[in-house]
Design a binder for this molecule. Structure first.
Ligand code: GLN
Length: 423
């Protein structure tokens, strides 16, 4: 039997599964049928996994609530008036509601960790380059990484073990990376004491729900009591990470999404007009939704002559500073902890008309994508409003071993939230 014999898995609608529909939540790919398997799909099938279906998501993985899908909202199974998070909302709810054991999503700026947080499950974004992106519909190629939703750490560890590794079809997939934990490596570390850092400013940030902040204070006390080191550090770049993320990802998206032109595949306008330019304009105007258009325009703007240096180059400089500062932090610490999101899952419709507010809510997750480090949302707590929320932990690049060992320990020792669907 394969390692995933009998394991029921679902895929976000951005991962190619040969001879199955693949739409990226977009009208421009309505009824498109995948013509090859993503590397992750090949690897899952080779280990006898059962792929049961395709999960709705924000269009081209752009969004934080799943409200940007051309195929309708995904509802949070714990409260159907609230969003499930995004962009991998369907993959999160499929695991949350017990429809499958694990699911795959993609995480460019938090799209696995944040919906996991909103739904009360685990969500792992591996190191950039840990998992091949071949067959993943690209949003921002230097940020995108396939991630895993699950109910417990051993399940996530097993799936990571199966899908990780180098790939001749993705030159950014690392083959000589540090070893991955296998499930037996999760246990013996119980005695290990972790050196943990948190960004002081992140916990006094005005957008952070006070009850989340308060529970983190208590959590840090518990960790210290149990012998771990927990230290607040100054991280002066917090206000720059969301702008840098949205400049760089929209730039990459504007380039990646230029391939959807209605010529070779996908939606094609019924009314092509008089020339090729009007054909492209009409096809793309009809096929893309509002958020995708906003990002293509923004990305095109920041790359245009005259603005390139002011925005794109500047954002790349910010990214480099973040990478360097992060490498220094990991000389002194094993783990960085942040909230996953500033609030719990909010009501459908609350933020959809305010893109800036929506973008700012990505403040805690985009950091890991800008720096390439792995991150996980661990569903430990719940709020007085009844909704769950998680602890986000991050380690140095290719150190998923420590990250999963730490997460396993946290799930065993500090979990006070139980998902009613999974009891
Ligand atoms: N919410 C973020 C965005 O809208 C993250 C998306 C993602 O990770 N795919 O860009």
């Amino acid at each position: 039997m394969g390692k995933l014999h009998g394991v029921v898995i679902a895929l976000k609608d951005v991962i190619s599964y040969k001879a199955h529909k693949l739409s990226a939540g977009s009208k421009i790919l309505e009824n498109f049928t995948a013509i090859y398997d993503a590397t992750v799909v090949e690897k899952l099938l080779a280990e006898d996994a059962i792929i049961i279906g395709r999960n709705n998501c924000d269009e081209f993985a752009m969004g934080s609530t799943n409200e940007n899908s051309a195929y309708g909202n995904v509802l949070n199974a714990l409260d159907p008036d609230r969003v499930p998070g995004g962009s991998s909302g369907g993959s999160a709810v499929a695991v949350q509601a017990g429809l499958c054991m694990v699911s795959l999503g993609s995480d460019t700026g938090g799209s696995v960790r944040q919906p996991a947080d909103f739904c009360g499950i685990l969500g792992l974004k591996p190191t950039y380059g840990r998992v091949s992106r071949y067959g993943l519909i690209a949003y921002a190629s230097s940020f995108d990484q396939i991630g895993i939703f699950g109910r417990n750490v051993p399940d996530i560890t097993l799936v990571l073990e199966v899908i990780a590794g180098g790939d001749n079809y993705d030159s950014t997939a690392a083959s000589h990376a540090l070893p991955l934990p296998n499930r037996s490596a999760l246990e013996p570390e119980k005695e290990r004491k972790f050196r943990i850092a948190y960004f002081r400013d992140a916990f006094t940030h005005e957008g952070l729900d006070p009850m989340i902040a308060e529970q983190f204070t208590g959590f840090f006390e518990c960790l210290r009591r149990d012998g771990h080191t927990v230290e607040g550090v100054d991280f002066e770049y917090l206000d720059y990470i969301v702008p840098a993320y949205y400049v760089l990802t929209t730039a990459e998206a504007s380039s990646n999404l230029s391939r959807f032109d209605g010529v070779k595949y996908g939606h094609r306008t019924a009314d092509p007009g008089v020339d090729l330019t009007s054909f492209y304009k009409r096809t793309r105007s009809e096929g893309f939704g509002a958020e995708v258009k906003r990002r293509i325009l923004l990305g095109t703007f920041v790359l245009s002559a005259g603005y390139y240096d002011a925005y794109f180059t500047k954002a790349q400089q910010v990214r480099k500073i973040l990478v360097d500062r992060t490498a220094l932090l990991f000389n002194d610490f094993d783990i960085i902890i942040l909230p996953t999101a500033p609030t719990t899952a909010f009501p459908i419709g609350e933020k959809i008309d305010d893109p800036i507010a929506m973008y700012l809510a990505d403040i805690y997750t985009v950091y890991a994508n800008l720096t390439g480090i792995p991150g996980i949302s661990i569903p430990l707590f719940h709020h007085s409003n009844g909704m769950p929320f998680g602890v986000q932990a991050m380690t140095n690049r290719f150190n998923e071993l420590s990250l999963l060992q730490f997460s396993h320990l946290m799930m065993q020792q500090y979990k006070s939230y139980e998902n009613p669907y999974l009891m």
